[in-house]
Design a binder for this molecule. Structure first.
Ligand code: ADP
Ligand code: MG
Length: 317
């Protein structure tokens, strides 16, 4: 396969009058881990199912290396997919599942053993039936299955669900080395911090729409300026006169929506003395994500107490 880029162009999917995925466009590039982040119901799984041809798009298209997934011959040799780790046949053992996949893909049995070892499923676990696997073990098996065909692209839907911190650390190492070898990784998550730990690039989705995308560094950066004057009222006036929006930030300081140099100029022009002037800190991404989680969850409203985002169980949908 040629370039290993995943490209979505204006992908739209409706269910009746409801638009689950709304003109979604983004790319995931080789050599990078791209995190596809959004609250439950945002449209991540639907988008990923469209990428691998399991759901059709009403409009737009999803291409992998320039091809629709359905047009790629023996696709598992190019694209490793993990969509729903709990969908594996519960009555089979981990090793049986991988051997069946290996047969279908035309890869040897030794690759099955290598992948079991890679994901840390030991001899006893490989012989156990999948119904007796924990979610974390299922995720490991799912990753082994995705890697079985030695693909150059990975599409993983919520692979971190059910993993403990050590498992997340392991997953991070695995995906990073896959990307470092030139592979393309797209992984979805509804948990900001998990994605933040693993991904280089982030695509943020809410209500079926992309709301932000860029490198992690770009997205974590908060634009704006923290400015503290000697006289609060005087600075408020100076900023207003310069057309710079600002919010009180406690202790007589402001967070202004402009670069420090412009805030400094506005203050100087009005003869306002500043005691502090610096780029604002803060987790821009976190604010954005909390906002999405707060007004964007598409589950029916709970009548009980509101849920904190981290309290949402990681059940794959
Ligand atoms: N087959 C379907 N029929 C009707 N609605 C669906 C179907 N699949 C997904 N949806 C709806 O589309 C929205 C997006 O779902 P999904 O892509 O699973 O979100 P995410 O993976 O981000 O949690 C949800 O509101 C979901 O209920
Ligand atoms: Mg999902």
């Amino acid at each position: 396969m040629m370039a290993r880029v995943i490209t979505l162009e204006n992908v739209t999917r409706r269910y009746g009058s409801f638009t689950a995925v709304d003109r979604v466009s983004f790319t995931a590039k080789p050599g990078l881990v791209t995190g596809f982040l959004g609250p439950n119901g945002a449209g991540k799984s639907t988008s990923m199912r469209i990428m691998v041809g399991l759901t059709s798009a009403d409009e737009g298209r999803a291409l992998i290396g320039g091809h629709a997934y359905a047009d790629i011959p023996n696709p598992s040799r190019h694209v490793g997919v993990l969509l729903d780790a709990s969908a594996q046949h519960a009555g089979r053992t981990g090793r049986e599942i991988l051997r069946l996949s290996a047969d279908t893909m035309g890869v040897g049995k030794e690759r099955v053993e290598a992948m079991l070892a890679l994901v840390g499923l030991d001899g006893v676990e490989a012989k156990r039936r999948v119904r007796n696997y924990s979610l974390g073990m299922r995720q490991r098996l799912g990753i082994a299955n995705a890697l079985l065909g030695d693909p150059s692209v990975l599409v993983l839907d919520e692979p971190v669900n059910g993993l403990d911190p050590a498992g997340i650390h392991w997953m991070r190492g695995l995906l990073r080395s896959f990307a470092a070898g030139g592979g393309t990784v797209l992984l979805s998550s509804h948990l900001l911090h998990e994605v933040e730990m693993i991904a280089d690039e982030m695509v943020l989705i809410g209500r079926g729409r992309i709301v932000a995308q860029g490198s992690k560094a770009e997205l974590l950066q908060t634009k704006g300026t923290y400015v503290k004057p000697l006289e609060t009222g005087a600075l408020a006036q100076a900023l207003a006169a310069a057309g710079i929006a600002a919010l009180p930030s406690g202790d007589g300081a402001f967070r202004a929506e402009a670069d420090p140099v412009d805030v400094g100029r506005a203050a100087a022009a009005a003869g306002v003395v500043l005691v502090e002037l610096r780029p604002a800190e803060g987790a821009g991404l976190e604010e954005m994500f909390l906002q999405l989680t707060a007004d964007d969850a598409r589950e029916p409203l709970q009548t009980s107490a509101p849920q904190a985002p981290t309290a949402t169980p990681g059940a794959p949908r």
